[in-house]
Design a protein around this ligand. Sequence first.
Ligand code: ATP
Length: 428
Amino acid sequence: MPKSESNNLQVILRMRPLLGKELKLNKRNVIEIIDQNTIIFDPIHNEFCSKEERFAGFARKDLRLSFDRVFGKEATNVDIFHYSLRPLISSVLKGYNCCVFVYGVTGAGKTYTMLGSDTKRGVVYLAMEELFRQIETQRSHQSIDVGISYVEVYNEQVINLLTKDGPLKLREDSNGVIIDGVIPQRIQNCDEMVTLLCIGNHNRSQHPTDANYKSSRSHAICQVHLASTNKASGLRRVVKLSMIDLAGSERGSSSSYEELRFKEGTSINKSLLALGNCIKKLAEGSKHIPYRDSNMTRILKDSLSGNCKTVMIANVSPAERSYSETYNTLLYATRATQIRKNALSKTELKTSFPKEYYVRNLVAKISETEELRDQIKILENQVKSQAKVIENFEKAQNGLVKLIKKIETLKHKIDKSYHDLVSSRQRK
Ligand SMILES: Nc1ncnc2c1ncn2[C@@H]1O[C@H](COP(=O)(O)OP(=O)(O)OP(=O)(O)O)[C@@H](O)[C@H]1O
């Protein structure tokens, strides 16, 4: 059993396979997976030590670390989804806020895990498929509206990835952190979600670094807002599922230090440092957690400390070249396993939606009602004109009946006259 199954923060470690140049150049793997919960970082095994290192008495860290679950190079996005997001989808539909975020250095596989590739869909897509499948099974007793928002934090500025609006301000109310001006866009199915994700990803700040030719230079936050109403009790619930792809951290020697990239790197590291500090303080049980140190940690506040089920996926590469970054990621992730959250409560009748969302929903509902009213009018007119046709038909039918009667009377008279004529001739 995962060591913190009852805890509301699960920490998963995903080690990607060696790729490209690493396959040729990598001298040794710095991670050894022991079992599905345990790894050794920088193992001491002799076969990994070069002669020179042994001679120099090079000390290996040989650090044994455990997580709620460890996935190795053979693991697929579907495996990760089944362990991480699938249980969250059930929880979010039961009324719990949920959050998944991927953490790791540039090129460690965060975007691959979240969004996948053309052929291997990421956990976000798989989660949306599962969400709509489960919503379908609940339609008989609940009506559920789904809305999407997608923002990035780039150089400490918050930008709406769906509209390109920004920089946006953050504010806090009793329900948590709200990003001003971000109105969730309503979606009806998984395909609409994918379309919005593609728009957002296209707008996301990406630039090549030495470690990754298509590196995400911003933290991307995709939030799925669910507003459900129980048809029998009228109970209303608003919950959100946040999926966060953090930008990769950089080291001096592994990225090109043009001025802009330098600014990006500093800002990414600032927010990741702030995140690290928050995780450290939470793990230590401190009363004061420095969420306000960066916009990223302000937005993640609900997810780390609040009423929220959280899954952190730490991505690492086994390559020796990422030794110190991988070590830092593992320290982050290990600290996160020490955060213990309080029991959660379901969110009912509470909302962190901006009021514009409701206004827009209301306007959409009014226009749907007006369309229905127009359709009813058209149907009424059709019924009326058909009633007129029936009335005319009935009149014509009555006229016909009368005519037939007249013809019969006339025929009767003709028969009678003919009969009289024949009998008068016979008498003569
Ligand atoms: N588990 C995996 N299996 C196969 N290929 C992978 C895996 N994880 C990552 N990759 C590949 O490694 C490369 C870097 O991955 P990715 O872009 O996901 O890194 P990242 O952590 O998001 O980096 P950055 O923070 O710079 O955006 C990509 O080419 C991706 O396809």
